[in-house]
Design a protein around this ligand. Structure first.
Ligand code: DAT
Ligand code: MG
Length: 153
């Protein structure tokens, strides 16, 4: 049966909790893993609601990782995240935030479980292939940070 549902309004999108935000980071693009990672994401049941191939400005990277601004790796992190193209995307699935964190695996690929994106494709704890929001609230903030309302399906 086909259900014809209207597209979500921006307000409804903001209220939705079945979405997460991801970035394929510069190392993943540089190393030629973009297609395989997107395949893993779709294969795990996530639907792409918005996607763009882009680059973070220094200001954007600093703001995105502001929570880590006091950490010793902050400067390196900002430099790395602005070093090349990224793919930013909003993904939808039931339990999106937790399921996507499970799919990407631990921050450090040495600790990431078999079958996770970071286990397969991350270079190191710093250059770890992919970002996944850590809460519904941050998923909304991060999605809005990268996409205008008319870019979200
Ligand atoms: P995650 O991306 O798994 O949510 P996080 O929020 O703790 O991890 O850190 C954000 C990013 O900062 C992480 O993906 C890579 C970088 N980072 C974290 N800890 C680091 C460390 N000890 N050394 C270098 N980079 C680090
Ligand atoms: Mg995090």
């Amino acid at each position: 049966m086909t259900i014809f549902a209207p597209k979500l309004s921006f307000k409804e999108y903001i209220m939705a909790t079945n979405r997460t935000f991801t970035m394929l980071k510069p190392d993943a693009i540089e190393n030629g893993h973009m297609g395989k990672i997107i395949d893993m994401i779709i294969g795990a049941g996530f639907e792409i609601k918005a996607m763009k191939y882009t680059r973070l400005s220094e200001d954007q990277a600093k703001k995105f990782y502001e929570v880590h601004s006091e950490r010793p790796f902050y400067g390196e992190l900002v430099e790395y995240m602005t070093s090349g193209p990224i793919v930013a995307a909003i993904l939808e699935k039931e339990n999106a935030v937790a399921d996507f964190r499970a799919l990407i695996g631990a921050t450090d690929p040495a600790e990431a479980a078999e079958g996770t994106i970071r286990k397969a494709y991350a270079e190191s704890k710093g250059r770890n292939a992919v970002h996944g929001s850590d809460s519904d609230e941050n998923a909304e903030i991060e999605g809005k940070f990268h996409f205008a309302a008319n870019e979200i399906f």
